[in-house]
Design a protein around this ligand. Structure first.
Ligand code: KG4
Ligand code: ZN
Length: 347
């Protein structure tokens, strides 16, 4: 992060943002903090599929190939030139270091060449701010961030202020989905496939709900993943057939039970006005409907962004970057990709 200038109440800005933390090369432009002018995402999923997961080296190489094209496309779709841009925002971390570096260096080059300020954005702040492109934020709010790399409950009392009240001790929810999917011979990324199968099955396999009764907001999904693997191995040894739909339904129910119970507890404890769902796992139909049922009559507003804003994109980085722009929180040309960047540096 970097220099702190005067905070302004003026929400006028045009932010160009870049996101390359994992396997999507993305650029987007947001005007006046909430108006999405363009949103370009080049996905690499097809290149990683045959390896069953993201290969960091391949990700970096793809980012290098795509980044300039994606930025040009974002400007073209918004019908703007670099002269119109007030600042360049970029995901500084967390993520794959080689992947982050491509975006950070592109942002620095662009900012330097055109004499624009640069803004470093935390990837999770971005996921949360994706919600602001569809709905006004009402504080205090709670965000459940569930993605391939993160499972966190974050409390926000005002714009640009983040308090992590709980996170996973091991695997992220999406990571567990992808690993279980692989065991069931489903393609990468596995989340959508398990989600689909789960709706065709019944949760008949007994699986654990980790840390459910514990008085904390922490999560753990590696035990659940191991329990699924053991169930498959045991069935194989006994020559029994696994009913994939039922196992998917059992796994999904276990994930949802824990996510929803802990979220409900935090919503009540912190008396929040809004609950924002964020990250790729927000696409999960079972999770969405369970949250809708749980909060339908509570007076807490549940916001779930459309799918294209849940999975990795740069629109969310522009939305979070616009708030930092207004607060005068700029980065410097010494900015680097930070794989382990803590969310609190945004505060
Ligand atoms: O936010 P995201 O695009 O990338 C990260 O920052 O990680 O999230 C990707 C994750 C993957 O693990 C994928 O399997 C999961 O989101 N996902 C889902 C669904 N759609 C995507 N998980 C469960 N159900 C879904 N429908
Ligand atoms: Zn993400």
């Amino acid at each position: 992060m970097g220099e702190y200038l005067m905070e302004s109440t003026n929400t006028n800005s045009i932010i160009l943002a870049i996101e390359t933390s994992c396997d999507e090369t993305a650029a987007a432009i947001v005007r006046n903090e909430t108006e999405l002018l363009s949103n370009v995402v080049a996905s690499q999923i097809e290149s990683h599929k045959r390896f069953g997961g993201v290969v960091p080296e391949i990700a970096s190489r793809h980012h290098v190939e795509q980044i300039t094209l994606v930025i040009e496309e974002a400007l073209r779709k918004a019908e703007l030139s670099m002269d119109d841009i007030d600042a360049v925002a970029v995901t500084e971390g967390p993520g794959l270091v080689g992947a982050l570096l491509v975006g950070v260096n592109a942002a620095k080059a662009l900012a330097f060449a055109h004499g624009k300020p640069i803004i470093g954005v935390h990837h999770i702040a971005g996921h949360i701010y994706a919600n602001r492109l569809v709905e006004d934020m009402k504080f205090p709010l709670l965000s459940l961030v569930v993605s391939g790399g993160h499972t966190e409950l974050i409390l926000m009392k005002e714009h640009g202020s983040f308090e992590v009240i709980g996170e996973t001790r091991d695997d992220a929810a999406g990571e567990a989905y992808d690993k279980v999917a692989r065991m069931l011979d489903l393609p990468y990324p596995g989340g959508p496939h398990i989600d689909r199968l789960a709706h065709e099955g019944t949760p008949t396999y007994p699986l654990p709900r980790a840390l459910l009764d514990e008085d904390s907001y922490e999560f753990s999904f590696s035990g659940l993943k191991s329990a699924v693997i053991n169930t498959i191995h045991n069935a194989k040894q006994k020559n029994q057939e696994i009913i994939k739909e039922d196992l998917a339904a059992s796994f999904q129910q276990s994930v949802i039970d824990v996510l929803v119970a802990k979220t409900k507890k935090a919503v009540e404890e912190f008396q929040v006005k809004q609950l924002l769902l964020a990250g790729g796992v927000a696409a999960n139909k079972g999770l969405r409907s369970e949250l809708e049922n749980t909060f339908a009559e509570t007076g807490v507003e549940l916001v779930i962004p459309p799918l294209y804003l849940c999975t990795d994109n740069a629109a969310m980085i522009a939305a979070a970057g616009a708030v930092l722009y207004r607060k005068g929180k700029f980065g410097t040309m010494a900015m680097n990709g930070q794989p382990g960047l803590p969310l609190e540096v945004m505060n």
